[in-house]
Design a protein around this ligand. Sequence first.
Ligand SMILES: Cc1cc2nc3c(=O)[nH]c(=O)nc-3n(C[C@H](O)[C@H](O)[C@H](O)COP(=O)(O)OP(=O)(O)OC[C@H]3O[C@@H](n4cnc5c(N)ncnc54)[C@H](O)[C@@H]3O)c2cc1C
Length: 444
Amino acid sequence: MKVTRQPFDPGPAAWLEILPAASAPTPLEGKQTADVVVIGAGFAGLTAARRLNQLEPKAKIIVLEARRVAEGPAGRNSGFMIDLPHNLASKDYAGVSDTDAAQTAMNREAIAYAAQAAEELAMSDEAFTISGKINAAATEKGDKHNRDYAIHLSKLTEAHEMLDAAQMRAISGSSYYRSGLFTPGTAMLQPALYVRHLARGLVESGVMLCENSPVIEMRKSNQNWQIITPKGSLIAPRVVLATNGHAESFGHFQRRLMHIYLYASMTEALSPESIAKLGGSERWGFTPADPLGTTVRKISGTGGTRIVVRNRFTWSPKRTVSPDKLNAIAPAHDRSFTERFPNLKDVKMEYRWGGLLCLSWNTVPAFGEIDDGLFSACCQNGLGTAMGTLSGKLIAEMMMGKSSNSLRAMLAYPKPKRLPPEPFASLGAEATLRWGEFRAGREM
Ligand SMILES: Cc1cc2nc3c(=O)[nH]c(=O)nc-3n(C[C@H](O)[C@H](O)[C@H](O)COP(=O)(O)OP(=O)(O)OC[C@H]3O[C@@H](n4cnc5c(N)ncnc54)[C@H](O)[C@@H]3O)c2cc1C
């Protein structure tokens, strides 16, 4: 079976660009065998390899990644590893109390596992820290979303704190926001640094990591899978597909996955004068009160002090987008930045990029054994830093015969629901996204 489409994300992976250069990649070459092959080195693939290595240290594990580690969505996201329900399709993230409690427990299992990795791999606070996040509201409607969400959190007995405009200004240096809702359990990542640490930890534990090794063909032969890359091939009895929406490029979950590009821009490193003008805390992270609004972070670390903004969504059923799209998106990012930080009007965006994420219509993962010896840890429904981590951990545990409440819960989800036929699916999705962005108003 030929892999129909290779991953593509427009623009540079800025989080990776601001790190020191990585050592030279080792692509797969020649004919090799392995006990387990993991395809995809994002949150799911790297975590699956880590957990497999912990459970079966003698197994020969090979991870194949089409690009460099962190060049894909794992190094393009906004770095919020969120513990609480965060349904991008909802009006205020809140869902149904009983499923929300279960989802929160799963997200926290992921964060705890990531925290353990961060400790064992001596990651800095810049790479991973549980510092919480703020849901920021710029409008009356956003403020109401926050208050409704706060009531929902009270029912779930979850810790939270409402912040007023002055407190928001003191944290961010921006007068743009009316209120904020702080919740303490989110881990904040420099996502490229985090996954790079995970990858290095694997290599140090004897896992073979082959970057620049896109799988172009895969077929079953007797009890084994044969996997072909441009320069090599592999035979293995067990394979983990950790390619998120690209599961569909491998012929699985056809017309059951929704592919959406998200876009972000990162400023140049702020000068000492700009940092002083801005004021506020050294680092902070704001998700928007309206799920289709603008995510904003102030980061400070290896690449200096910078602001990152993320907004706009485009529906991309073919899992590709024109690089020109970044030019079309740029004015929205610049507007969001200038409106929030009018005193930084001379600061330029240094990087602009997009990244593919995968949702399912019924908000379920594409998880489990999907053919003999072929395991899927895909479709993270936008919450991929946490759910990618969890699905990687749990797929490894499933392969090793372990059982747990969270594994049972993952396996109990129905299959991703089939999408309506084209052109209705695309028309419906486009209309929903554009209407949602319009309604987000000043939260954008
Ligand atoms: C701008 C942006 C902001 C985001 N913000 C957040 C956020 O704050 N919090 C959050 O939780 N999520 C966020 N996300 C979503 C998050 O990045 C993804 O959900 C997450 O990366 C999914 O993890 P994954 O490991 O399942 O897949 P990915 O990270 O996509 O990894 C899959 C890997 O598979 C590789 N691959 C695909 N096909 C092949 C092939 N044929 N051969 C070999 N390798 C292949 C790809 O190159 C890729 O590296 C954001 C996404 C974007 C784009």
